[in-house]
Design a protein around this ligand. Structure first.
Ligand code: CMP
Length: 140
């Protein structure tokens, strides 16, 4: 058995609607453990650095505006195959394509305001986790 970690963000559309607890319940019901968590307000430079891989995409500017429009909850999730497992729990990026019972199908408002982010590979998970958390903030 090999435990891995992934970075999750509960986005401003979800914190605005007071959905943090409901989303955390989905995470825990799936067998993932929340081993670090904090509620923060991202500023523009933070959002631009976090989403740097998307800087050439047409939606980059709007994405950074949205991600700084309210508080987010950043989390480290631990579990068996945490990266693909959490992507399954979240559902497709566009809620219109997300499967029934997924977070995005049930709560997302649009492809942009899609309630949650999850890392897309174990390598990116490590980069994204260390972007938000220091070692002593992660207690497995
Ligand atoms: P996320 O998993 O946080 O990674 C990049 C984000 O860009 C994505 O979720 C969406 O919220 C957002 N986004 C906005 N428009 C698009 C788009 N057309 N295609 C993909 N992602 C988009």
């Amino acid at each position: 058995m090999s435990l891995t970690s992934t970075l999750s963000i509960i986005k401003p559309d979800a914190t605005r609607r007071n959905l943090t607890g409901v989303i955390n319940a989905r995470i825990e019901e799936a067998g993932l453990r929340i081993i670090a968590q904090k509620r923060i307000q991202m500023d523009r430079s933070m959002a631009e650095r976090f989403y740097e891989v998307h800087k050439e995409r047409s939606f980059f500017d709007e994405l950074c505006t949205f991600m700084t429009s309210g508080p987010v909850v950043v989390q480290v999730l631990e579990g068996e195959n945490a990266v693909p497992l959490y992507r399954q729990v979240m559902g497709a990026t566009n809620p219109a394509n997300a499967e029934e019972g997924t977070i995005r199908r049930d709560f997302a408002e649009s492809i942009e305001a899609n309630s949650v982010h999850g890392s897309d590979s174990p390598e990116n998970a490590q980069r994204e986790i260390s972007f938000f958390f220091s070692e002593i903030e992660i207690v497995g």
